[in-house]
Design a protein around this ligand. Structure first.
Ligand SMILES: Nc1nc2c(ncn2[C@@H]2O[C@H](COP(=O)(O)OP(=O)(O)OP(=O)(O)O)[C@@H](O)[C@H]2O)c(=O)[nH]1
Ligand SMILES: [K+]
Ligand SMILES: [Mg+2]
Length: 439
């Protein structure tokens, strides 16, 4: 697949900078670079050149020029890079020259789209590139880099290859049923389908860790009025993000702060105290608090050590929940709250907050699977893999060879959508060409 347009874009950030990088891709790249820079530099070697406007010959800038002939380039096409002085007027002048020479400004993501279309990367790797650009934390960067590097492409591509073989065996079993092929080809295909389905199921049962790391975690603080939720939020955030007062029912709306814990972006949400609401505004606040707790990845239940635990908050305490006994400076923490040993803290004195930070970081790392290899990172992956696994189960259990075959095809199509790789028919053609059948 070759694109006819030659595209260019500012690859570095907009605005003033020491250096601005303009990137170029497409069939006219060589011509355009040679015209602007006098002649084409050696491939992949930076050359310092005067750039001149086409026509007038006016010097536009002095720049480092790079030439990446296809197909061994980022997009797979002929590409070029101009490292300019980073002033907006320089970028505009050179951009105008590029347009005059027949290039057009690129659409968002168009370079990576071309890389995908030229089979330089699969869809998951292209998504990894996007995630790498968006990564805010180290853990996110590592996950995105793994994906851009082809970790998911290798995993899913490997599954697709196995599936293709199973399908080939199954088709052969049908096609050549009369001949003296090994008679268990069909059985082998069904067994293989069951095994592959089970592997995909294990990959899917990841607790959403990769998606969590990509999107960030939501942690909700829940508790009775005056338990010290807002004080805790402020202590963890290190600033007065939420209003604190001795009056019960101070917080009405959800107040969120962003933290980074163990390399995972975390949104910490303070909420309205749970109780019988005094008016409809507080009622709405409490409704929002419950909703936030429901959608949160982790709930911090906060109790005041100097008052008996309230039923409303106790309802959110379950095994594995984080239970905090705040105001430990006023009273000793109870040994158990709702069957869980609470962590004694004081938002006022700071007691226990380091321990709390450490267990929050540990939970964030666990929930987001920091350091785990090749986790799926998007709902799109989950949907396609769930579909593939379901078809594999069907293939394994199908009562007729033709039905097994059809289910295997459907599973392969689902994996094909995931990686954006070639369609089922093309893969089968390749396999059948190499399939030693003697016919
Ligand atoms: N002694 C002591 N007082 C605390 C502590 N944490 C909070 N307080 C006080 O308890 C009162 C309530 O604190 P808030 O942080 O507003 O409590 P809240 O849970 O957000 O209350 P609502 O927003 O009304 O639900 C304030 O007077 C705080 O100063 C603590 O650890 N020790
Ligand atoms: K309060
Ligand atoms: Mg509050």
């Amino acid at each position: 697949m070759t694109a006819t347009d030659t595209i260019f874009a500012l690859a570095s950030g907009a605005g003033r900078a020491a250096v601005a990088v303009l990137r170029l891709s497409g069939p006219r790249s060589a011509d355009i670079l040679a015209t602007l820079a006098g002649r084409l530099p050696q491939p992949r070697m930076a050359s310092l050149r005067r750039l001149r406007a086409p026509g007038s010959g006016e010097q536009l800038d002095q720049a480092l020029v790079l030439w990446f002939p296809g197909p061994a380039s980022y997009t797979g096409e002929d590409c070029g890079e101009l490292h300019l002085h980073g002033g907006p007027a320089v970028v505009t002048a050179v951009g105008t020259a590029l347009a005059a020479l027949g290039a057009r400004p690129a659409e968002p993501g168009e370079f990576t789209r071309r890389a995908f279309l030229n089979a330089r990367m699969d869809l998951t790797a292209a998504e990894g590139v996007a995630d790498l650009i968006d990564a805010e934390t180290d853990a996110q960067r590592r996950q995105a880099l793994r994906q851009a590097d082809g970790a998911l492409a290798a995993l899913y591509g490997g599954w697709a290859d196995r599936l293709t073989k199973l399908l080939a065996h199954q088709e052969a079993a049908i096609e050549f049923a009369e001949d003296d092929l090994p008679t268990d080809l069909g059985n082998r295909a069904r067994e293989g389908a069951a095994r592959l389905g089970a592997e995909i199921a294990v990959h899917l049962a990841d607790g959403g860790r990769g998606e969590r790391l990509r999107d960030g975690l939501m942690v909700a603080i829940l508790g009775a009025p005056n338990a010290g939720k807002s004080s805790l939020l402020n202590a963890l955030a290190g600033r007065e993000a939420a209003i604190v007062s001795a009056r019960a029912g101070t917080t009405r709306d959800v107040v969120e702060v962003r933290l980074i814990l163990a390399g995972v972006p975390v949104t910490l949400a303070d909420t309205a105290g749970l109780r019988e609401a005094a008016d409809e505004i507080e009622e709405e606040g409490i409704r929002r608090a419950r909703r936030k707790a429901k959608e949160a990845d982790l709930v911090l239940t906060v109790f005041a050590a100097d008052v008996p635990p309230d039923e409303g908050t106790l309802a959110w305490v379950r095994p594995g929940a984080m239970v905090l006994a705040n105001k430990a400076d006023l009273a000793p923490a109870p040994a158990m709250i709702g069957g869980v040993v609470p962590l004694a803290i004081s938002a006022r004195s700071g007691e226990g907050l380091d321990t709390l930070r450490a267990s929050l970081a540990e939970a964030a790392a666990r929930l987001a699977g920091v350091g785990d290899a090749a986790l799926l990172t998007r709902p799109r992956h989950r949907a396609a893999l769930t579909e593939a696994a379901a078809w594999l189960t069907e293939a394994a259990a199908a009562p007729l060879p033709e039905l097994t075959s059809e289910a295997l095809r459907a599973a392969l199509r689902a994996l094909g959508r995931l990686t954006g790789r070639v369609g089922v028919e093309e893969v089968l053609d390749v396999v059948f060409r190499d399939f030693c059948i003697g016919k």
